[in-house]
Ligand binder design. Structure first.
Ligand code: ZN
Length: 295
C-alpha cells in the first residue's frame, strides 16, 4: 500500500529547484502530512549534490547516502503544535557550493487517549532530596539527545524488543489527582519479569543507570540522532559504551523504578522528538519494502 503511495505522493510533492548554476536537486516528502508523534521520510537527490543536511526546529536531521539519493527520517514530537512547519535542507555540490531550500511539512493533530487516576496523596508526594535526584536524572537523559554519532549505525527495519502487546499506549495523557502529567513518551509492552529484552537495531549503549522513575534503564544510540530506551529492567546484559547488534539480548524485563508491575517501557527519540516506537517500525519497515534497498 505504502509502496504505491510513495510513488504517487512523490510526484505530487516533488519540489524541484534549479540553482543559479547548472546544479539542480529534488526533495521528496513521503507524505506532506504527519501526525504528532509520527515519523516523516524525506529524500533528496541531485546530480551534483554530494552532502545533504536538514534542520527542523533547530535540530539537525542527518541524511545518509542511498542509491542515487540522500534519505532521512524525521521525528515529530508528540507535543508539536499542529500546523505547517518548515524543514530547511542544505546541499553541497562537488565544488563545495552550498545550496539551500525548504519544504513544508504539515503536522496533524492526534487525539491521544486520556486517563484519570487517583492515588493516595502520600504515594504522589516526593521529598526534596528525591525531587533533586529526579532533576539530575532528567538532565542526564536530556543531554543524550544531541547527535553524538552523526553516522547511521542502524540498518533496515527496527524490531520490537519484546513480543508482548501494548499495555499503556504512546502519548497517553494522565491526570493524577486532578493535575495533568507529562504525556506518556513511549509505549508500555507486556513483559513478565525475566523476559528477554532485545536491541531494536544496531547501536551503542549510551546510558546504563538505575533511575528513580524509570528504574534500571538502558538507552541505545543508533546514530544520526536516533535513540531507543528500555526502562524498568530487572537487570542489564550489556555494559555502557558497548556495541550491540539488532536482536542482541540487552537485559531482562522487570519492575524497577516507579511502577506497579513488570513491563517494558520502550521509547524512541528522533532528532530530539518523542515519537511513537511503532511509527518507527512502520517507517523503517515500509521504507525497506518500498525501495528494496540493502543497507
Ligand atoms: Zn511507560
Amino acid at each position: 500500500m505504502k509502496i504505491a503511495g510513495l510513488v504517487g505522493l512523490s510526484l505530487c510533492f516533488l519540489a524541484r529547484s534549479v540553482f543559479a548554476g547548472e546544479v539542480s536537486w529534488n526533495i521528496w516528502l513521503q507524505s506532506p502530512e504527519v501526525s504528532q508523534g509520527g515519523v516523516a521520510e524525506i529524500r533528496a537527490s541531485g546530480e551534483d549534490i554530494e552532502v545533504v543536511k536538514g534542520f527542523f526546529r533547530n535540530q539537525e536531521i542527518t541524511f545518509s547516502a542511498g542509491q542515487g539519493s540522500y534519505d532521512a527520517i524525521l521525528g515529530v514530537d508528540l507535543e508539536e503544535k499542529a500546523g505547517p512547519v518548515r524543514i530547511a535542507i542544505q546541499g553541497w555540490n562537488k565544488g563545495g557550493e552550498k545550496r539551500e531550500k525548504s519544504v513544508i511539512l504539515r503536522v496533524r493533530e492526534k487525539l491521544f487517549p486520556r486517563e484519570k487516576i487517583t492515588v493516595p496523596e502520600a504515594f504522589d508526594r516526593l521529598d526534596e532530596a528525591t525531587k533533586k535526584r529526579i532533576e539530575g536524572e532528567q538532565e542526564q537523559i536530556n543531554q543524550l539527545w544531541a547527535i553524538s554519532s552523526p553516522r547511521r549505525l542502524w540498518e533496515g527495519r527496527f524490531v520490537a524488543p519484546v513480543s508482548g502487546g501494548i499495555t499503556s499506549p504512546f502519548g497517553l495523557r494522565r491526570v493524577v489527582n486532578g493535575s495533568p502529567r507529562s504525556p506518556h513518551g513511549g509505549v508500555d509492552l507486556k513483559a513478565a519479569s525475566g523476559t528477554e529484552i532485545l536491541a531494536a537495531n544496531h547501536g551503542r549503549v549510551v546510558l546504563r543507570e538505575e533511575f528513580f522513575f524509570s528504574g534500571k534503564s538502558l538507552v541505545l544510540d543508533h546514530g544520526g540522532g536516533l535513540y531507543t530506551m528500555y526502562f524498568h529492567l530487572a537487570d542489564f546484559r550489556v555494559e555502557k559504551d558497548s556495541q550491540v547488534r539488532k536482536g542482541d539480548l540487552i537485559g531482562w524485563a522487570g519492575k524497577t523504578g516507579r511502577v506497579t508491575g513488570p513491563h517494558l517501557h520502550w521509547g524512541v527519540r528522533l532528532n530530539g522528538a518523542r515519537v511513537d516506537p511503532f511509527e518507527l517500525l512502520e517507517a523503517t519497515g515500509d521504507r525497506q519494502g518500498a525501495v528494496g534497498r540493502k543497507q
